[in-house]
Design a protein around this ligand. Sequence first.
Ligand code: PBG
Length: 326
Amino acid sequence: MHPTDRPRRLRTDGVRPLVSEHSLSASDLVAPVFVDATTDERVPIETMPGHERVPVSEAVDRVEEVRETGVEAVILFGVPESKDPEGSRAYAEDGVVQRAIRRIAAETDAYVIGDVCLCEYTDHGHCGVIEAAAETDPTLTVKNDETLELLAETAVSQADAGADMVAPSAMTDGQVRAIREALDRAGHEDVAIMSYAVKYESSFYGPFRDAADGAPAFGDRRHYQMDPANRREALREARIDAEEGADVLMVKPGLPYLDVVADLRREFEHPVAAYNVSGEYAMLHAAAEKGWLDLEATAHESLLSLKRAGADLIVTYFAEDLADRL
Ligand code: PBG
């Protein structure tokens, strides 16, 4: 109570760093990298300033640029040369991500994570195989159990190529178990799984869908991604994935779901990851461009807030820019 209690005593420049509870370091960050089979030069991603899609021939250079900032982990997304209803280029041995991983694993010391989903590879843009009539009947959706096999195949093909970790993001029930079993059968017991355990059906993914060309051709993802209204359900999703063998539990998006990050931190011993998504990146850039916000400061504060809420690691498009300045 005042006048005895004066929290301001601990806010002088000398003592602030000593009593600070959280900090950010390059070793907390994972940088997304986009490889594109449809181009042989780098293509800037308009909705995400500073990011580009690179051809496989530039994947190693791109990863080395990331590593020069001190960030050692990358998560790879692919834009395939062609798409079909089954997303077959997601699990092709010579798929764009598989080719990129093979080179990155052979030529760099980066920690390589493969995003495992079908939405960038299916011609309808959904995260799995769909019911034939889904296009006209909005009650129909991705066929869960038929999709599991394809996700498992995708994960194994990435591990075969040299991925250290796979990150299933399709929100298919049972995907972590299916992938763990398939990896183990293929001799990849040491490949870790970071599950997008708690992934909401969010409007903050808009810029990414432009970056990776993965917008659904019709309908939306509300029948498989989580309802933003739900908090308790997040614990249920996380518990299922933990039981199925997830090594790291991820919450996505990040900032609008800090309560959920904090819930997972409290309820689980697993490392918790937060995905600071494309919309969180794009909106700070847009405001900064207008001179309304300081980009560097707001980006730093965003990521620090994710750490404070309980995230151990953060997937973020700010990784390189921030790490460079830490
Ligand atoms: C693939 C996937 C998406 C993102 C990561 N993996 C798109 C989606 O679910 O629509 C979004 C990432 C971002 O917005 O930064 N399923």
